[in-house]
Design a protein around this ligand. Sequence first.
Ligand SMILES: [Fe+2]
Ligand SMILES: [Fe+2]
Length: 297
Amino acid sequence: MNAAITQPATVSVIPVRRDMHFNLPVERAKNWHGQGTQVSHFFNALSLMFPAGERYFMDAVRHYRDRIDDPVLKKQVLGFIGQEAMHSREHVEYNELLQEHGLPTRKLDRQMWAVTGWMKRVLPHWMQLAHTVAVEHYTAMLAGLMLDDPVCLEGSEEGYRQVWLWHSLEETEHKAVSFDVWEAVIKPGPARYLMRVGVFLLTTLTFWPVVFLLHTQLIRSDRYADHRVRGMWRVIKFLYGPRHGVFPRIAGQWLGFFRPGFHPWDHDNRHHLSRIEGIVAANSERRTLSIAHTDAG
Ligand SMILES: [Fe+2]
Ligand SMILES: [Fe+2]
């Protein structure tokens, strides 16, 4: 891990809304990851959570926007909302590619909207914001992992690799925004700490079962998925493997959330953000090439 501990006050990243489009070949939608279908479907399950989930985060933060006085944080909130809107739009298109293969992504998406709609109706606004802070910490941990370790997406189809890198970079760029809103609008004190970590624990108990349910639905609906046992072994290695496994490597940052003085930029991985312009350039070239190709065809 090549990130350093820093003082949060020294970090002021303004997220930028980028109107990106990616070239995602439909024929690879079910099997784009270098580790095969079942690992592809792990990421596809995350993708299924985004359209409804990111709208929920945007609304949770938007609710408190008028209570923010700091002009920098106001700009960060605007960038956060803009980025999540773009992620949501691109993942709607991504999920539609899976539907074209006969996977029930529209049905699963409707279920996700029903769940987040219900949460918006029954949960108090502070809890929706704390939930957003918690899931944003999860996405920041997973995004940081993908950026730190090229093995995570090694051998993957390039368009899908690019969309996940773009999303990871922007999740990193805005990783502190909902947290800073939380700190700005919720009264400081022990209650605020307990609310933050309590909701984080609840989120941990619900986040992975939802991913697991979506993942198993996709695998069950995909009759061409890898041989069940071999494919499942690859997923287990991908998630729990001692060298490149997801869980062993996010454990430290997961625990870090419980420190009373925690801030997302304690894990300062800003050095990755210089890669964004490369992704933007690569995908505008890619788009120009595919438009030229279509015109020529
Ligand atoms: Fe996002
Ligand atoms: Fe996010």
